[in-house]
Design a protein around this ligand. Structure first.
Ligand SMILES: Cc1cc2nc3c(=O)[nH]c(=O)nc-3n(C[C@H](O)[C@H](O)[C@H](O)COP(=O)(O)OP(=O)(O)OC[C@H]3O[C@@H](n4cnc5c(N)ncnc54)[C@H](O)[C@@H]3O)c2cc1C
Length: 308
């Protein structure tokens, strides 16, 4: 259950930090647009637009899949309408289709990345904007420098690993130009690298040190979870060697025990009210069974005894 739910909590916080970070870049770009658009601004606009296409494809897919995994983690109650989970899934799931489906968005995203790979543009980003295409400048032949499990968890090591993986998957897509599979993998590689960077930037900005420490653990869990899911891409050309790869899974599982004491406050931190959630099993007071009986009693079929 912890391996099902804790990565979803970490991804949710990652989404919040990423949305904030991208909004800052977007607002910064808007401020610059007070007349004719120059080529630098056009480039930054393209960076944002294409990256957001990939992030939309990544996050709607992962959240949709995550909601279903969370539903199954609740057993039969997750299927019951008293949990409200089926309704919440139904409300969300349309977002995988509207504003662009996965297969269409990843093509848009990757073809733009390939254009920049083959035709680099030298634009200096302002302080407020991120260099969303910075991964194009890493060395695809380098290997991971971590010499112990704890060094693998260091932010520069994890961030670098995701950048190299993004470039490697993009190079693969370049070699298989017509393959939607490789386009998807390149798009996801870049989107996850951007999300990890935005999430990390957000954690650095937290001024409350104990809270920052907890969020940092969530950040590490997110990175290890994604690495473990796509370990083959991080093992390409032995970027992670066999020993480093084994540390990924061990560290990810070890992280669950560290997060466990804070799991409930982390979920409460989303600030979703009982009224919004409307779930008999997700109540703030935890009084699940009384709430289930009350809901069942309200069903029209239960107004009379079965034997009557
Ligand atoms: C809840 C909801 C709300 C909506 N709200 C609005 C709205 O307010 N306004 C509005 O205008 N529209 C709205 N839509 C429509 C929505 O934008 C379209 O359904 C969506 O863009 C997908 O287009 P389509 O239905 O024509 O599917 P298609 O484009 O026919 O896609 C069908 C399948 O083929 C795949 N596919 C399509 N093209 C390619 C390609 N080139 N390569 C590989 N695979 C491909 C897709 O990924 C998909 O899996 C809404 C849809 C939903 C579900």
């Amino acid at each position: 259950q912890q391996l099902t739910l804790f990565p979803l909590i970490s991804m949710s916080y990652g989404c919040i930090f990423t949305a904030r970070r991208i909004q800052i870049s977007y607002d910064d770009l808007l401020q610059q647009l007070n007349g004719d658009i120059n080529s630098d601004q056009l480039y930054l606009q393209n960076q944002l637009h294409t990256t957001l296409s990939g992030l939309k494809a990544l996050l709607t897919t992962e959240v949709g899949n995550g909601m279903e995994r969370a539903r199954r983690a609740c057993g039969g109650h997750g299927f019951s309408s008293s949990s409200n989970i089926p309704h919440l899934i139904n409300v969300f799931i349309g977002s995988l289709t509207f504003e662009g489906t996965f297969d269409v968005l990843v093509q848009q995203h990757t073809s733009s990345l390939l254009k920049r790979l083959h035709k680099p543009v030298n634009v200096r980003t302002r302080d407020q904007s991120m260099d969303l295409f910075g991964f194009l400048n890493v060395d695809p032949h380098e290997t991971c420098i971590a010499s112990s499990p704890s060094l693998l968890l260091e932010p520069p090591v994890l961030l670098r690993a995701f950048q190299v993986r993004a470039l490697k998957t993009l190079l693969q897509s370049s070699h298989h130009r017509t393959s939607l599979h490789f386009q998807s993998r390149a798009s996801m590689g870049h989107a996850e690298s951007v999300l990890l960077q935005c999430f990390y930037d957000g954690v650095l900005e937290i001024t409350d040190k104990p809270l920052q420490a907890v969020m940092f653990q969530l950040w590490q869990l997110y990175a290890l979870w994604r690495m473990n899911e796509h370990l083959g891409e991080f093992r390409m050309d032995n970027y992670l060697n066999a020993q480093q790869a084994s540390w990924v899974q061990e560290s990810m599982l070890g992280m669950l025990a560290k997060i466990r004491p804070n799991a409930i406050p982390l979920v409460d931190g989303f600030g979703i009210t009982d009224f919004e959630l409307n779930s008999a099993i997700g109540r703030y007071d935890g009084d699940i069974y009384r709430a289930l009986i009350e809901r069942a009693a309200k069903e029209p079929l239960n107004k009379t005894d079965v034997v009557e």
